[in-house]
Design a protein around this ligand. Structure first.
Ligand SMILES: C[S@@+](CC[C@H](N)C(=O)[O-])C[C@H]1O[C@@H](n2cnc3c(N)ncnc32)[C@H](O)[C@@H]1O
Length: 378
């Protein structure tokens, strides 16, 4: 099928791949994945509840126990009690890869008291209404006030630490008024907050992506987690990140057969019509790709689902079981696990220091004993 301009029609190369297991059933990950993948809990752990959990980028970051781009990220002593999302694809993908604790639920319809109490609350509240690429409708948008679900949980369960996440544009929208209003409401329920705007390439993510983390500590607790410091001196380039996938166009690497067929990259013709510079990090991987996900830096096609997942630092064993577009939505919405890992490491170091009564709760590495705990950033 050809378009009027004689270019091949953009369409998914193939439909839905079938996977017998995901990250959690894969024999290759058995040696280092988190016990939660097997539904096991440990006696020595921090508890966590995850709201707006998507396919689990942030949840994988907080449990650790994965390898990506040649680096090993050790498992953390964290038990996620439950992870909630109302998108069936997100929950199915989460369960296939990470465990049975993901739950399908519209968080606007369940009372916060029915959720389990945990030490840590995470929530990447929806960002479309604050995003620079969206309608910028802020609080007037239909998802603009979902941050209040986190506040309801904080009021009901008093977690020690809160980790909210959104797009940095939120801080600039409406002259910063939305951000001030959100922080005011967050702090009114007895927490103090700091904002960490982190640039993903500083942490080894081969993709230009900035995220705004809202870190909240309950008012009765001393100290504060330290802001993560960059873990790499040089960014990982797109050529380095994708080199070994160039000769693969089948499912020997999961999701590598899925991509939108398209001819040449045009020059700046709109979202996605860009070819990556191989010596730089990639453009931001978008959730609303609609067939216009960016081109490969060398090959005459757009990036595959696996290449997008890799640029988002999902391990190759983390599979996406839907059609190209549906998979890209899950991937583009996620926090890159490698970026989230640095945030998790800092939060867990803080909780360790708190428990040990350390004088400075802001400068201590995670110390707790844990069966799978190995050297960090080995
Ligand atoms: C930005 S994504 C979060 C991604 C996640 N932090 C990750 O790392 O994979 C926001 C998620 O909120 C979910 N969501 C939006 N409104 C919701 C609601 N009312 N109840 C439950 N989930 C909702 C969306 O389905 C989407 O998966």
């Amino acid at each position: 099928m050809r378009r009027k301009d004689n270019q091949p029609k953009r369409k998914a190369r193939r439909g839905k791949p079938e996977y017998d297991f995901g990250f959690r059933g894969n024999p290759a990950t058995a040696a280092y994945r988190h016990p939660l993948c097997e539904g096991m809990r440990t006696a020595d752990h921090r508890t966590l509840v995850s709201l707006f959990s998507g396919c689990g980028g942030m949840d994988l970051a907080f449990t650790g126990g994965f390898k990506v781009l040649g680096q090993r990220y050790s498992a953390f002593p964290v038990d996620i009690l439950a992870a909630y999302d109302f998108l069936p694809d997100a929950v199915e993908c989460h369960r296939l890869n990470l465990g049975e604790y993901a739950k399908l639920a519209d968080l606007t319809n369940i009372p916060p008291t029915s959720l389990p109490a945990a030490d840590i609350l995470t929530g990447g509240f929806p960002c479309q209404d604050f995003s620079s690429s969206g309608p910028k409708s802020g609080f007037e948008g239909k998802r603009g006030k979902l941050y209040r679900i986190l506040i309801d949980y904080m009021r009901a369960h008093r977690p020690k630490v809160v980790v909210g996440e959104n797009v940095p544009h939120l801080a600039r929208l409406n002259g910063g008024a939305y951000l001030s209003a959100i922080l005011k409401e967050f702090e009114e329920v007895g927490y103090h907050f700091d904002l960490w705007e982190l640039y993903a390439p500083d942490f080894g993510v081969p993709q230009s992506r900035r995220r705004l983390f809202f870190i909240g500590i309950r008012d009765d607790l001393p100290g504060f987690p330290h802001r993560p410091v960059p873990t790499v001196r040089q960014p990982v380039t797109i050529a380095e990140a994708l080199a070994d996938l160039e000769g693969v166009d089948d499912e020997t690497v999961p999701n590598q057969s899925q991509f939108f067929v398209s001819s040449k990259a045009t020059s700046g013709g709109g979202q996605g019509d860009h070819k990556n510079d191989p010596d730089k990090v990639s453009y931001c991987i978008r959730a609303n790709a609609r067939g216009r996900i960016q081109f490969h830096h060398r090959l005459d096609r757009r990036l595959t689902v696996r290449e997008c997942a890799r640029l988002q630092t999902f391990p190759d064993e983390f599979v996406f079981p839907f059609t190209t577009q549906r998979n890209l939505t899950l991937i583009g919405n996620a926090v890159p696990p490698v970026l989230g890992y640095s945030v998790a490491k800092s939060v867990l170091a803080y909780l360790d220091a708190l428990e040990n009564g350390a004088e400075s709760t802001a400068s201590v590495e995670p110390q707790r004993s844990f069966a799978l705990q190995q050297e960090l950033f080995a």
